[in-house]
Write a protein that binds this ligand. Structure first.
Ligand SMILES: Cc1cc2nc3c(=O)[nH]c(=O)nc-3n(C[C@H](O)[C@H](O)[C@H](O)COP(=O)(O)OP(=O)(O)OC[C@H]3O[C@@H](n4cnc5c(N)ncnc54)[C@H](O)[C@@H]3O)c2cc1C
Length: 460
């Protein structure tokens, strides 16, 4: 079946397909509506989503009140020009909050859904959005645009496509062969039903000690159960500290282009921050606007070196957890409900009703389930996704620097196998990690959405 949204059928109408309606696809769609209205052009957006409700994605689908935003409310507005938009939305609903509050993530998902509905109403004279609950599995490059092929057999034609696919599931590299096909391995840490199916007092092993582990631990720790967490570093994300201190700005260092130089500059900045404020966090926050520029200056070899030597330390300082989350985890550690190990899994043997696990620090565990809380897989060669496989196989896309996500130009356009072939495909968010490094959180995504909307409308 061919969808009626054919660009040839209405010469004055711009048609864009946005694939993915998590935060990035939702913000990009709202922005496309706003930009087309501002430029006096008509637009029709097909928003294609395989997942949860609009605006949610895995991050904002959780209904657990203990799963908090890790960015304070005052910085989570949907538009780059209005960082306090989320706070204003709360206030309009009779629940005023402080800029420094860390709110439940499901509230933010509701805000994003309403943000898009409001944009659709506001710009209804010039734009419309059609929601398609479907999985995109392929894209064809046509003379006059593109066709998006859906798993249910439909095809959506459009002048351009924005891929807002988010992150892919956790890396499985660590999974021992014996555990790989076992029902005791929960590979999707957001699968609430799978987690609930584990007897409530049976012990669990969480592999990974980052933000995902924190979420699963918060939902799983309880008296009578031990939740073990393991990662090579054993590093948990650092907490934000209250009161929050403003970022300590740093000028873009002149000349620093090797990893060694950049590291020295950053360490000096951290020392300055500790002297001025008593804490390193303002230095990390002040670095954020420069992170992409510094990453792009590094040679391939230095970037690879950074990933091996410093990535985990970087993540634990950069992606911090709210104070209540930190307090709850510390309480669980103190009570023995949570045990964090710096170790590797040497062996994991599923047996009837349990898994026996041997860790490299000598610990032997017996757990009812092992939950994969390793970070997202960014190497798309290792991802089992039809659309990604299709894009790589047809040369419409190629992997990004350091095999992180997809390769893109500065304005988010996909770089394919043939650099000179200009197909109207763009992407936003975590798929741009190899080019930008800092690209997964709302403050970056809303900026990209705004830039992308202008770019896409200028090109199709
Ligand atoms: C647990 C967690 C907590 C986080 N907390 C914060 C926070 O507090 N603050 C912050 O700024 N950032 C946070 N982040 C970062 C987060 O990545 C972004 O804020 C944002 O949610 C990313 O949205 P996205 O749209 O890029 O991806 P996603 O939310 O993953 O959405 C992608 C959507 O695309 C759909 N999709 C994928 N492939 C296809 C296909 N082929 N066809 C159709 N649909 C498809 C998926 O089903 C999904 O709905 C968090 C991330 C996680 C995982």
């Amino acid at each position: 079946m061919v969808d009626s949204n054919n660009p040839e059928s209405d010469a004055g109408l711009f048609t864009v397909a946005v694939i993915g309606a998590g935060a990035a696809g939702t913000l990009a769609t709202a922005r496309l509506l706003a930009e087309s209205a501002a430029s006096g052009r008509r637009i029709s957006v097909a928003l294609i989503n395989s997942g949860a409700d609009v605006g949610r994605g895995p991050a904002y689908s959780t209904m657990c009140d203990a799963h908090l935003l890790n960015v304070p409310a005052g910085k989570m507005g949907a538009d780059p020009e209005n960082a306090t938009g989320f706070m204003d939305w709360m206030s309009d609903r009779g629940r005023p909050v402080a800029a420094t509050d860390f709110l439940p993530r499901w509230l933010f998902g509701s805000y994003l859904g309403e943000h898009l509905s409001a944009a659709a109403r506001r710009y209804s004279k010039t734009g419309s959005v059609r929601f398609l609950r479907a999985r995109a599995i392929g894209i064809s490059d046509l003379q006059d645009g593109v066709a998006v092929h859906l798993a249910d057999g439909r095809t959506v034609r459009a002048g351009g496509v924005v891929l807002a696919l988010g992150g892919f599931g956790p890396s499985r590299e660590w999974v021992p062969a014996e555990l790989a096909g076992s029902a005791h391995l929960i590979n999707d840490p957001w699968d609430v039903d799978a987690l609930d199916s584990v007897p409530s007092h049976a012990d669990l092993l969480l592999v990974g000690t980052g933000l995902t582990m924190c979420d699963v631990a918060l939902a799983s720790c309880r008296p009578g159960r031990t939740v073990y967490a393991v990662s090579r570093s054993g590093l948990l994300p650092h907490p934000h500290v209250m009161p929050l201190v403003s970022p300590l700005e740093m000028p873009l260092p002149v000349g620093a282009s090797s990893l060694r130089d950049v590291r020295q500059v950053v360490l000096r900045h951290v020392v300055r921050s500790v002297r001025a404020t008593g804490d390193w966090r303002p230095a990390m926050d002040g670095l954020r606007p420069l992170t992409t520029k510094l990453w792009q200056r590094l040679s391939d070899r230095d970037r690879a070196d950074f990933l091996v030597r410093y990535q985990r330390v970087w993540e634990s300082h950069r992606h911090r957890i709210p104070p209540p989350t930190s307090a709850a985890l510390a309480g669980a550690v103190d009570s023995g409900e949570l045990e964090v190990n710096a170790a590797e899994i040497v062996q994991a043997r599923p047996e009837r009703g349990r898994v026996r696990v041997w860790l490299s620090n000598g610990r032997k565990l017996e757990v009812a389930a092992v939950v994969n809380c390793a970070g997202p897989e960014y190497d798309l060669n290792k991802v089992d996704d039809r659309l990604i496989r299709h894009l790589l196989a047809t040369g419409l896309a190629r992997c990004g620097p350091q095999l992180l996500g997809l390769d893109t130009t500065d304005d988010g356009r996909l770089v394919g196998a043939d650099r000179h072939r200009r197909v109207p495909l763009w992407t936003i968010g975590s798929l741009r990690r190899g080019n930008l490094w800092e690209t997964t959180a709302i403050p970056e995504i809303r900026g990209q959405a705004s830039q992308l909307a202008r770019t896409v409308l200028g090109c199709i």
